[in-house]
Design a protein around this ligand. Structure first.
Ligand code: PEP
Length: 254
């Protein structure tokens, strides 16, 4: 399928996989996906497996992402990981503001924006997550919520930086629930996000930014979702933990 922007499909492994398990998974993906050129591929293991996975994907078409990062560059922040530490493992992407972090770690749009600026300063591309809860969708405030998150989480980014940023629209009610947004629901919100980006920057810039969909993406729904005009890839949770399902998502998207 011919797309305006190259698809970016990323696996968010969350708090799964020991280093040994991560190696098994990534070696399998390397084998299965070696021929894929049409899609940018990213794996986001837990911090403890970054070093192993980084070595295992050398000279491959897989790129490395992290699941979080500190907004600070270093210092007395116990338990935090800096951009420079990620760079040591050739991390190219970092997921920021995932709904699980917004919910459990109370991450705010301002914090996400600061992290995004720190990531860009280190030439790491942020994958900035936004999305409404079921309650918010049912209350009819999806656009207000997502619009505020997009504006707040990207605050302060320059035009050059936004072009190196990926946005992931992940309706919270679709994450890990097996419930996927319909094609119409996904396209509607993706087009809305692109209109906001056009307002914040300009039309041409907005057309260059990749907006991923996330929320129970699986092999059976990948083709339809990835064919939508404003959907430029997927952020995959559960289905990224098995070689077969992640590879099939990628292959079904081409
Ligand atoms: C996610 O957590 O980013 C995600 C999309 O999870 P899942 O695919 O399991 O819904």
């Amino acid at each position: 399928m011919q797309k305006e922007r190259k698809l970016l499909i990323a696996g968010n492994w969350k708090m799964n996989k020991t280093a040994a398990e991560a190696l098994d998974l990534v070696n399998g993906l390397r084998r299965e996906l070696a021929a894929v050129k049409e899609v940018d591929l990213v794996v986001c293991p837990p911090f403890t497996a970054l070093g192993h996975v980084s070595q295992a994907i050398l000279d491959s078409n897989l790129r490395l992402g992290a699941q979080n990062m500190s907004e600070h560059t270093g210092g007395a922040y116990t338990g935090e990981i800096s951009a420079a530490m990620l760079k040591e493992f050739s991390v190219r992407y970092v997921i920021l503001g995932h709904s699980e972090r917004r919910q459990y770690q109370k991450e705010s749009d301002l914090l996400v924006a600061n992290k995004a600026l720190t990531a860009h300063a280190a030439a790491i591309k942020p994958i900035v997550c936004v999305g409404e809860t079921l309650e918010q969708r049912e209350a009819g405030i999806t656009e207000k919520v997502v619009g505020d998150q997009v504006r707040g989480s990207l605050a302060g980014l320059s035009k050059d930086q936004i072009e190196e940023t990926v946005i992931a629209y992940e309706p919270v009610w679709a994450i890990g629930t097996g419930r996927t947004a319909t094609a119409e629901q996904a396209q509607e919100v993706h087009a809305f996000i692109r209109r906001i980006l056009a307002g914040l920057f300009d039309e041409a810039t907005a057309r260059r930014i990749r907006i991923q969909y996330g929320g129970s993406v699986k092999p059976s729904n990948a083709r339809e979702l990835m064919s939508l005009p404003d959907v430029d890839g997927a952020l995959v949770g559960g289905a990224s933990l098995e070689v077969r399902s992640f590879s099939d998502i990628v292959k079904n998207s081409i």
